[in-house]
Design a protein around this ligand. Structure first.
Ligand SMILES: [Zn+2]
Length: 510
């Protein structure tokens, strides 16, 4: 839920995208017979995917199907050594292509042939294969590397969190650069095998399931093996390495559950367990509203006391910082991060400007959970949230539908984002609203979406022109007028859920 890199990356511009799209003609054969054969010479893949906010994130020219990330980690020194094998398909003839990566690369092989590499921009590894790659060709890209992620900085920043007993590879949108080379944009999802060798006695938790138990290795080491079989955006892959108590179970529906609790939590441990142990119940409740749970496993990780200050909806298994447990159990953040499994993880942003599709929806899930728990209806939470921001508060100047790269996780994306969904619910009625939500997760399952596509779906199902509503609530500065009875009455009373929802949003946004 956190980013700090805008200044470092906003200045970068694409150097190859334009030429790639122009399709420069190649050398025509100098023959005197007939029409010259004009073939397009292979071009470098684009250095980015043209995201409005982060144009150099991701790369053009290929599509990844699978990452095999095989690592060795030393908690004592933060030394990470690894080999990542990328299975991909070329989407154009390629003379070279980029990976997003920051650690020191020892070698790259493409289909067995040693490739040459160089670095470019803030986080680009440029790979020039020994042989030209043709469109449609299957690629096996093997990258060997090492580095100290906590000391590998971009603009003074690392997305890697080193802790007393290990590390957390958990961040958004920039996380992969510090531990595996990738096509780092939600547009290119893939499956993952992640395995990590650590000193025996250290635990490693990651996405999905454990296809087999940890394996002993020479030198008093243990290799932990995790597998994700659902398409996963690169920023939703994670590792938590350190001292953890791991609790496994199976849901009534047969899904594996893996919860993990840092042993450093001390007095916060019971509140963490009282929250995360309710994951399966909350996911089941959310399935009844959002549609079938999209993934193969569930769980949560309570990170260490010196780890992250936020929480992230890492796929199948959110990771929570310790701050959420300081006032006792908080199931609202569990409802929020697991709602992201539908809104953000299964249906991902097509561009980062669409972040409302993630945070507005996950925040509204908290309001629905409040209603479910009898701690305040969504209307009551709306009224109190609305009243808590005076009309002249700068909160109302941020557009949830286009907050800008530096404000992707602004509180307005969360609170005004949830208010927007409540206004949509009032406008279309409960029947249509609760038809729109599962239709969205079904139609874009394992894919991507835009705000414009969501509006079109809401209009199709409701039969209403919703342009004024979306324009007013998502794309217009200033506090919109609402004329509910509650607004006209005395100041709304504080719902029971408010303190925890506010606390969660305070930690999640910034
Ligand atoms: Zn969120």
């Amino acid at each position: 839920m956190r980013r700090a890199l805008t200044a470092a990356t906003a200045a970068l511009t694409l150097t190859t995208a334009g030429t790639m799209l122009a399709g420069t003609p190649g050398q025509a054969a100098p023959t005197g017979w007939g029409r010259p054969i004009v073939t397009a010479a292979p071009q470098p893949g684009a250095a980015g995917l043209g995201d409005t906010y982060f144009p150099d994130y991701g790369n053009g020219g290929y599509d990844v199907e699978h990452y095999d990330v095989r690592l060795r980690y030393e908690p004592a020194t933060d030394l990470l050594t690894g080999t990542t094998t990328i299975l991909a398909t070329a989407t154009q003839d390629l003379s070279a292509f980029n990976l997003d990566f920051l650690l020191d690369v020892e070698s790259v092989r493409v289909n067995g042939w040693a490739a040459t590499t160089s670095t470019a921009g803030a986080h680009e590894l440029v790979v020039t294969p020994a042989r030209t790659v043709t469109r449609g060709q299957q690629l096996t890209i093997v990258v060997r590397y090492h580095g100290i992620p906590s000391e590998t900085l971009v603009g003074g920043y690392t997305g890697w969190t080193r802790t007393d007993d290990g590390a957390l590879a958990v961040n958004e949108p920039e996380s992969a650069w510090w531990w595996f080379p990738s096509n780092d944009h939600p547009l290119d999802k893939a499956t993952f095998d992640i395995s990590v060798s650590v000193p025996t006695g250290v635990e490693v938790i990651s996405n999905g399931v454990q296809p087999r138990p940890p394996v002993a290795e020479a030198g008093n080491r243990t290799r932990w093996i995790w597998r994700t079989t659902s398409p996963t955006a690169t920023y939703l892959a994670f590792m938590a390495i350190g001292q953890y108590d791991i609790v496994t179970d199976t849901t009534p529906g047969g899904q594996p559950v893996v919860n993990a609790y840092s042993t450093s939590l001390g007095a916060l441990g019971p509140a963490a367990r009282a929250s995360i142990e309710r994951t399966a119940e909350i996911v089941d409740w959310e399935s009844g509203i959002f549609g079938p749970y999209p993934f193969e496993a569930q769980g949560g990780v309570a990170g260490p006391i010196d780890g992250i200050g936020f929480a992230l909806e890492t796929q199948t298994r959110p990771v929570y910082g310790p701050g959420f447990w300081r006032r006792g159990a908080n199931t609202y953040v569990v409802a929020h991060e697991n709602a992201h499994q539908w809104f953000g993880d299964s249906v991902s942003v097509a561009e980062w400007r669409n972040i409302w599709l993630n945070e507005g929806f996950a925040s509204y899930a908290e309001w629905l959970w409040s209603e479910e728990q009898g701690e305040g209806t969504a209307q009551e939470v709306f009224d109190f949230t609305y009243a808590s921001y005076p009309a002249d508060d700068e909160f109302w100047q941020v557009l949830p539908g286009d907050p800008g790269a530096a404000r992707v996780f602004d509180n307005a994306v969360y609170d005004r984002g949830a208010m927007t969904l409540h206004q949509l619910r009032l406008a279309v009625g409960d029947d249509a609203f609760f038809e729109i939500l599962p239709a969205w997760t079904s139609e874009h399952r394992y894919g991507n979406g835009t705000i414009e596509q969501f509006q079109a779906l809401a209009e199709r199902i409701s039969g209403l022109d919703l342009d004024d509503l979306f324009t007013t609530w998502l794309f217009t500065a200033g506090r919109p007028d609402v004329a509910t009875a509650a607004r006209k009455a005395a100041p709304p009373t504080e719902p029971k859920s408010w303190a925890k929802i506010r606390e969660s949003h305070h930690l999640l946004s910034h």
